[in-house]
Write a protein that binds this ligand. Structure first.
Ligand SMILES: Cc1ncc(COP(=O)(O)O)c(C=O)c1O
Length: 419
């Protein structure tokens, strides 16, 4: 019989296998200093374009003050126990009511983490006779939620409404046999390339098909829509979203998440979300901190305006310089370049070491072979000067990529390593 760990000794997994070359630099980098547009990486100052602190709340003095006061008042234990048992408080309820009002839904329920909360939401919404139809490029938390489903599921081509329609036809036929219903799942904003989910067109399909619509709006909440209520508000279809989900991990610069829907649906979910029923309640410091952040989202539109000034300057500057930024319709700013993985590594090193620019890099298999995706997250704390410095750096690294500098550098490194 095999030792369970044998496969682990042999194969570290699709990402883990790169650990020796990548860890500490390309993955698990240690950014130091207060969360902001400028931090330190390996002792050097860098402009950070990889932190989802869209509205700049992470280190806002008012937020820091409330977080510190709540920490002092409640410590990090309070309340103890799951919501259902002993972890429920009036402030948890207040936050839920304020969140529901903000996203224009009857009720909301808090989740300790978005990831687990989404897994449980999907799990609670569908039974074995129900059918899930979801975007093939969905976030891992949606995929894991679907994995728990005992019944049928269909994927549709990424953000392709025609493909969704075809799959809804199949799902409808199947649901007529099983006697179940249909759940469609999309993201409000797809976090890798920044395109918005086609919520309006998906919602329009409700005229033709009978389904309920769940939207993960992690990147849209706080950044899109007139009031910041997200992609549903932006596209004028918030009412057609049956279950709205957002995390506190991005615009709210904290930890935690919530779902919002009709009261009867939330009443059901709060008794059936296993990851919340059997886990400790969201700690009070986070609840108090979220109330403060939400208040700022409502009362300080300048935060979102500042964010979009930077987004527009960065995205139009990149386009003017001929960069391919794909089809983003959000703050997420991808820059697509052509090159191999070794070239991508040399390029990112150059960007960080010589130009002081820190952004995330995505390569095959997340994007096709030969494509380098530099993913940038603008925030309200960035300045137009940061944008200018970054645009100049990008022009410089593109020239070096095109004139073969990174090919030579990566070949030299490979030779030095005896490869
Ligand atoms: C689209 C999307 N959904 C869900 C999550 C998970 O949220 P959390 O970090 O609160 O677990 C994330 C990442 O934060 C995300 O990007």
């Amino acid at each position: 019989m095999k030792d369970l760990f044998e496969k682990i000794y042999k194969d570290k997994g699709p990402l883990g296998k790169w650990a020796s070359q990548a860890e500490g630099y390309f993955v698990f980098p240690k950014l130091e200093g207060q969360i902001s547009n400028r931090m330190k990486f390996q002792g050097k100052d860098v402009i950070t374009w990889s932190i989802n602190d869209y509205l700049g709340l992470a280190n806002h003095p008012e937020v820091r003050k409330v977080d510190a006061e709540a920490g002092a008042a409640y410590g990090s234990a309070y309340p103890m126990g799951a919501r259902m048992m002993s972890g429920h408080t009036a402030l948890h309820e207040q936050l839920q009511e304020e969140l529901a009002a903000f996203v224009n839904k009857e009720a909301a329920y808090l989740l300790n983490f978005g990831y687990q909360g989404m897994v449980s939401t999907i799990d609670a919404l569908v039974g074995k006779d129900d059918i899930i139809v979801y975007d093939v490029d969905a976030h891992a938390c949606i995929i894991d939620g679907v994995r728990l489903h005992m019944g049928k599921r269909f994927t549709y081509k990424h953000n392709d409404v025609e493909s969704l329609e075809k799959n809804l036809e199949r799902a409808t036929k199947m649901a007529e046999q099983t006697g179940g219903g249909i759940l469609v799942i999309s993201e409000g904003v797809f976090g890798m390339r920044g395109e918005q989910g086609r919520l309006k067109e998906i919602a329009a399909l409700k005229k033709k098909f009978n389904f309920r619509f769940l939207v993960d709006d992690a990147h849209g909440f706080g950044t899109l829509g007139k009031t910041g209520a997200g992609a549903g508000e932006e596209q004028g279809v918030q009412d057609d979203i049956d279950v709205y989900f957002a995390t506190f991990a991005k615009s709210m610069a904290a930890t935690g998440a919530f779902i919002a829907a009709d009261k009867e649906i939330i009443d059901y979910l709060k008794y059936n979300l296993r990851s919340q029923m059997f886990a400790k309640s969201l700690q009070m410091q986070l609840v108090v901190g979220a109330l403060k952040r939400l208040d700022m989202l409502r009362s300080m539109p300048e935060l979102k305006n500042n964010l979009w000034t930077i987004v527009n300057a960065l995205q139009s500057g990149l386009k003017e310089r001929g960069f391919d930024i794909g089809t983003t319709q959000s703050c997420v700013t991808p820059v697509f370049l052509n090159g191999s993985i070794p070239e991508a590594m040399a390029l990112v090193r150059d960007l960080r070491e010589n130009y002081g620019i820190f952004c995330s890099i995505v390569v095959y298999p997340v994007v096709p072979k030969g494509i380098i995706l530099l993913r940038m997250i603008p925030t309200a704390t960035h300045t137009l000067e940061d944008v200018e410095v970054t645009l100049n750096a990008f022009s410089a690294i593109r020239s070096r990529l095109e004139n073969g500098t990174y090919k030579r550098l990566s070949a030299a490194v490979a030779a030095a390593m005896g490869e």
